[in-house]
Design a protein around this ligand. Structure first.
Ligand code: ZN
Length: 512
């Protein structure tokens, strides 16, 4: 069969849709008719894991995976489950002025619901950060119900504590619309990518501008985590894989954790997913969506603005999940289900070796410290599993269009990985933060960074960085990308207490 690429048609078709989206809402069935047809998926492995009746059946299961749960249904589900199960606890980690909340669900076989009481490894995951990518929301509900009710999950439950934020971007999720994320096969509606302030939450982990990310990061500081993952889905080309995920590559800030993930976690996780009929690959962005032979960019080292890379900066083992959006919603939910279940299981089974890797990286205090990366040259050549395709002229729209078939094909392409540390600085003894920067001090504390307050006037020899050729470049999802060249200047600086601020000068010893 042949089908058209949705990647370029969809934005054009929606060009006339105004901000008053309800007036122009197009039924999801109409939009999906434009998408690639559904390829078959063998879901027999899930026969006993999905239910269609009972107290804790989910909206996804009842609707045969065509609908998302509402915000109210999510809250009620977990509140009731915590009431019914001795292994589940729910706490609020953020209240919005509009009345909604972000909740943290704790699933603990040892019934430990406070950080200090937990003796088993702690896995932390967040769903719905981009609320159109909602498969993790339903996958989490089904998995947590099964973890505490099904005998086959007893061993997993006993070995691990699972912290789960079932809905991260609450305000984006409340704006459900058939037009919310059109380039995927279901569900009938989707939420909005940004939060209520039009910020992309997965660009905020380093800066902590948004209350949502502050709440999520506070959990990272409050608990001694063994693993973190943020659940996303991605579109782009027609990949064969339905479950794409990546670590932070071999040039991040946690080399022993990286080695553990590649050697201990990944082989077991891939086998676990394969057993449930899923195909995995690294998560990527095409270099040119109209030309698969141009290769792809893997998400290894994008910086601390992103959840996964932020976790690497904190020596928390982490993956980024990117479920392939053109697969049907049911397959996406089930793929996320198995991926999360597999990680929770493996972390519990290999707790000791994982803890050794974490401790080793945390005590290493590597220097120099990579903070930016350049492309590896020459780029490695890798296998790229896609479907056969051709590029044709669309006579109606007057544009080139890529047409995929259902014939799997493997081509060899460049993996354009940015894994060469770019002028990494030596780790300094400490950084000095002027007293008037109280907001910086507050955010550093949220990151869990140790600080020491000056109580007396002090003179230090310090290195200042002056940014030359600074440029601010437009607006990208609520932020202003900027660039410049840091020029170090060694000088003696009097870093005394100020008379105008009640916040003393702060000094921190740990590189973020
Ligand atoms: Zn996303």
């Amino acid at each position: 069969m042949k089908f058209a690429s949705f990647t370029f048609l969809a934005p054009l078709l929606l060009k006339g849709v105004s901000a008053c989206e309800d007036l122009f809402e197009t039924p999801q069935e109409v939009l999906q008719a434009l998408l690639p047809p559904v390829l078959s998926f063998d879901d027999s492995a899930y026969q006993d894991l999905i239910v269609t009746e009972g107290d804790f059946v989910t909206p996804a299961e009842i609707s045969n995976f065509t609908e998302n749960p509402t915000y109210e249904e999510i809250m009620t589900f977990y509140t009731d489950l915590a009431e019914a199960s001795e292994y589940v606890d729910v706490q609020t980690i953020l209240d919005f002025p509009s009345g909604e909340s972000i909740i943290l669900v704790t699933v603990s076989g040892e019934q430990a619901f406070k950080a200090a009481d937990m003796t088993k490894p702690i896995v932390y995951m967040t769903a719905g950060i981009h609320s159109g990518e909602s498969m993790g929301v339903s996958a989490g509900m089904i998995l947590i119900r099964n973890l505490v009710t099904m005998e086959e999950y007893t061993d997993i439950l006993e070995n691990v504590n699972f912290l789960f934020v079932p809905l991260f971007n609450v305000q984006g999720y409340l704006r459900q619309s058939a037009n919310g994320r059109i380039n995927q096969h279901g569900p009938k509606t989707s939420g909005r990518r940004a939060n209520a302030h039009w910020n992309n939450l997965n660009r905020d982990f380093g800066k902590l501008d948004t209350p949502e990310v502050r709440a999520i990061v506070k959990v990272m500081s409050d608990y001694d985590l063994s693993f973190y993952a943020d659940l996303h889905s991605t579109d782009g080309m027609m990949y064969q894989a339905d479950v794409e995920y990546c670590d932070n590559g071999d040039s991040g800030l946690s080399p022993n954790i990286f080695k553990w993930l590649r050697e201990e976690m990944q082989p077991d996780l891939d086998a676990f997913l394969e057993k449930n009929n899923h195909k995995t690959s690294v998560c990527i962005d095409a270099n040119d969506p109209m030309d698969p032979t141009a290769g792809y960019y893997p998400y290894f080292t994008d910086g601390a603005a992103y959840s996964t890379n932020y976790a690497d900066h904190r020596q928390i083992p982490s993956y980024l999940l990117e479920i392939h959006a053109p697969k049907p919603f049911k397959q996406r939910v089930l793929g996320a289900y198995s991926w999360v279940a597999g990680i929770v299981k493996i972390v519990g089974e290999k707790a000791d070796s994982l803890r050794a890797a974490i401790d080793s990286d945390r005590s290493a205090r590597i220097s120099p410290v990579p903070i930016a990366w350049d492309y590896l040259d020459p780029a490695p050549i890798v296998d790229f599993d896609i479907y056969n395709y051709s590029v044709v002229k669309n006579e109606v729209l007057g544009i080139d269009q890529i047409i995929y078939t259902d014939e799997p094909v493997t081509i060899q392409v460049e993996q354009s990985e940015r894994t060469v540390p770019l002028d990494p600085p030596e780790r300094p003894y400490a950084y000095v933060v002027p007293a008037v920067w109280s907001e910086v001090v507050e955010r550093l504390a949220l990151h869990g960074i140790e600080m020491e307050m000056f109580t007396e006037d002090t003179t230090w020899e310090v290195t200042n960085y002056r940014i030359e050729d600074f440029e601010a470049n437009g607006n990208r999802e609520g932020r202003t990308p900027s660039s410049g060249t840091p020029i170090p200047e060694v000088c003696t600086r009097h870093t005394g207490r100020t008379t105008s601020s009640s916040v003393p000068i702060s000094l921190w010893e740990h590189w973020l």
